[in-house]
Design a binder for this molecule. Structure first.
Ligand code: THU
Length: 147
């Protein structure tokens, strides 16, 4: 598994581990309706500067709108592990069957809640190489709550 060139802010070891965790999560996905099995692994830091990984998979429901996306499950797990002050550095998303799998708009907005414009996103595209992008690039007009 080669590491894409543009992952400057993530070490090769972190990238391998994120891929491994996301694949393992995808193998646990519950997707009997779409048969689109997604896994996500989130690399995040805490205020003491330690770095952690949390993972998640999609969990569908017969009432379709109750489905939880893999990225949302992973972020909920990260918050549960280390509380609300986490900072998301990167999210790696995989599809069990290697189908193209860009994070949906709702997931991008959820990642932004704990991320920054330069949070790295890696997800499978057409072809062999995954797309490496940032939140700023694929969510350029995010919703911001100005209270
Ligand atoms: N899905 C995710 O887990 N993450 C996304 O960002 C997009 C879609 C899931 C939801 C549903 O179970 C299946 O993929 C098909 O939409």
């Amino acid at each position: 598994m080669n590491r894409p060139d543009r992952l400057h802010s993530i070490t090769a070891e972190q990238y391998q581990e994120l891929q491994r965790r996301a694949q393992a999560a995808a193998s646990h996905a519950y997707a009997p309706y779409s048969r689109f099995y997604v896994g996500a692994a989130v690399l995040y830091s805490t205020p003491d500067a330690s770095v952690h990984i949390a993972d998640g998979c999609n969990v569908e429901n017969a009432s379709f709108r109750l489905t939880t996306c893999a990225e949302q499950a992973a972020i909920a797990s990260a918050v549960c592990q280390n509380g609300p002050t986490i900072h998301i550095l990167a999210v790696v998303i995989v599809n069990r069957d290697n189908r193209p799998c860009q994070p949906c708009g709702a997931c991008l907005q959820t990642i932004l809640e704990f991320g920054k414009p330069d949070t790295v996103l890696v997800f499978p595209s057409e072809g062999d190489e995954p797309t490496v992008s940032t939140l700023a690039k694929i969510l350029p007009a995010a919703f911001l709550l100005d209270l």
